[in-house]
Design a protein around this ligand. Structure first.
Ligand code: GLU
Length: 279
């Protein structure tokens, strides 16, 4: 009899914990808070990438990613004045979403299987292709295999160096940096031989630094730029995808891409990217 009573107590306790957990999740417990219905939004962007995400002297941010974020936020019902942009490095993106430092990330953020484990991605809103930046006049690097034995920038938390040394097994000598502007400075100062990352990023640097560097124009990957959201925010993700589709249909995407990259020596893509689906 006593054993029976104890068993009933255990079963009831387990059921109560289950119900409590379900209520917590449904109520948007930690980590599952949606971007929907917020009156203000914190948005993670790059702070050192010209034409994409760049912090200005007055603390404001500008670039294509900033404008796409502003458009999507506007459609979510949050006006420009209620947005706070926060500069993030590649290495900080997942953690900033997870700990609530930011609500969304628009930061040349490629959708990858590993990142999908930790982040829900809307989009992509653009598909870039990885390319290589070298010092002007350097003809020794014409494609990714030529990076063998060369000093290649390894930007922390970025995927680009992995595409070279891990995926393509090209034995470059990796030199660490914390972001891509540091990579480009080191390239100019001859402390690196090459910076390999998304063409959109390299085009922005090549154009803003006058000259001294050239893009090789030998693209070798597809980098799908996603909108990083807290893992599990399916409703938020679907809303973002709706507004990104609209942004392409109403011509805004083309206008923004042309505005930021139209005058740069680089053929920017303006066709609608194929969506990944929210997971
Ligand atoms: N899109 C690539 C990535 O997400 C390279 C650029 C970056 O790190 O922001 O890793």
């Amino acid at each position: 009899m006593r054993a029976f009573r104890n068993a009933v107590i255990v079963i009831v306790a387990v059921l109560l914990v289950g119900v409590a957990l379900a209520v917590y999740r449904a109520g948007g417990g930690e980590g599952s808070a949606s971007i929907l219905g917020k009156k203000s939004l914190r948005i993670g962007v790059k702070s050192d990438q010209p034409r994409l995400g760049l912090r200005m002297w007055d603390g404001s941010f500008e670039g294509f990613d900033v404008d796409v974020a502003t458009y999507v936020a506007g459609r979510l019902g949050v006006a420009r004045g209620d947005l706070t942009f926060i500069g993030l490095t590649s290495n900080e993106r997942e953690q900033a979403l997870r700990d609530g430092t930011v609500d969304m990330v628009f930061a040349t953020y490629s959708i990858t299987p590993e990142r999908k484990e930790k982040v829900t991605f809307g989009g992509p809103y653009y598909v870039a292709h990885q390319d290589i930046l070298v010092r002007a006049g350097d003809r020794s690097i014409e494609n990714v295999s030529d990076l063998r034995g060369k000093r290649l920038c390894q930007a922390a938390g970025s995927n680009s160096w992995r595409r070279v040394t891990e995926e393509r097994k090209v034995a470059a000598e990796l030199v660490r940096a914390s972001n891509y502007s540091e990579c480009v400075t080191a390239l100019k100062e001859d402390r690196m031989d090459a910076v390999s990352t998304d063409d959109l990023i390299l085009a922005g640097f090549a154009a803003s630094n006058g000259s001294g560097t050239t893009m090789v124009k030998a693209p070798f990957t597809n980098e799908k730029y996603g909108v990083g959201l807290r893992k599990g925010d399916m409703a938020g993700c679907q809303a973002v995808n709706r507004y990104l589709t609209e942004m392409y249909q109403n011509g805004t995407a083309k206008t923004l891409l042309t505005e930021w990259f139209g005058s740069v020596d680089f053929a920017v893509g303006t066709s609608v990217p194929e969506f990944e689906g929210c997971t």
